[in-house]
Ligand binder design. Structure first.
Ligand code: TYR
Length: 254
């Protein structure tokens, strides 16, 4: 006979990948600030990855993002900034958007570089949006990630699709005692050429030109960097090596 009152055998629990955890944190922070979440293609047209972002074919910035080209002339997106263009094509300002996803670079790999990695992109467009709004937003994100004492630092930098542009770092008070500034990503005020390129695309698609004269900010950051420090993972390649000794440590805490 079968004793149906016997307790069942425990099933091994799964767990969320560390990158998924960091994404969940980030998406939570930004949705609470009223951001919409957008998703877009990894196989992309050159125009959305480069030209519309004020990166013409002759621009030296292209060399910084070595590209996987497909035989049909498309590419694997080198950053999630393509989603700025795609989102503005479909939505009118005012808007607040974040987009997460994989990006690809044709690069040698080492402990801090992978040919595939993740980014979170953010875009805010409206009337009179300023650099102060950008700084406040990044600071709010840092507090959401690391608690009320988190600090942020901005340094001038260059990206063709913003002016002015900056890199930002957050001060990370790590319980393991590795407190330090963590360079997290790039940001800046959306370049007028980007708004113009979007309006051109909108016009070609029979839509109204609604971006000229608007202001906005954008930012992009790498979840791997957050996860490496947060969980003490020394090599970015561990995330994607499918090694159960790494991923198994994140079990059972759904
Ligand atoms: N796309 C940039 C990169 O991959 C990051 C970035 C994103 C910088 C948005 C500025 C910005 O406004 O390096």
């Amino acid at each position: 006979a079968v004793d149906v009152t016997l307790p069942g055998l425990p099933l091994p629990a799964g767990g969320l990948h560390p990158i998924s955890r960091v994404y969940d944190d980030l998406i939570g922070i930004f949705t609470r600030m009223g951001y919409e979440v957008a998703e877009g293609p990894e196989v992309e047209e050159e125009h959305y990855n480069f030209e519309a972002l004020n990166i013409p074919w002759y621009h030296p910035a292209r060399e910084l993002q070595d590209t996987f080209w497909l035989e049909d002339g498309r590419l694997l997106r080198t950053h999630t900034s393509n989603m700025q263009i795609r989102y503005m094509l479909e939505h009118e300002p005012p808007l607040k958007m974040v987009s997460r996803g994989k990006v690809y670079r044709f690069e040698a790999t080492d402990a801090t570089h992978e040919a595939m990695f993740h980014q979170l992109e953010g875009l805010v467009v409206g009337e009179g949006i300023s650099m102060a709004d950008l700084k406040g937003t990044i600071a709010e994100m840092a507090r959401g990630l690391y608690g009320a004492s988190a600090k942020v630092r901005f340094q001038p930098s260059y990206y063709p699709f913003v002016e002015p542009g900056a890199d930002f770092a957050v001060y990370w008070d790590n319980p393991r005692g590795e407190s330090k500034w963590l360079e997290l990503g790039g940001c800046g005020m959306v370049h007028p050429n980007v708004f113009k390129a979007v309006d051109d695309l909108r016009e070609a698609a029979g839509k109204e030109r609604v971006y000229e004269g608007k202001t906005g900010f954008a930012f992009g950051l790498g979840p791997e960097r957050i996860a490496m420090l947060k969980y003490g993972i020394p090599d970015i390649r561990y995330f994607y090596a499918n090694d159960p000794r790494v991923i198994g440590q994140f079990r059972g805490e759904l």
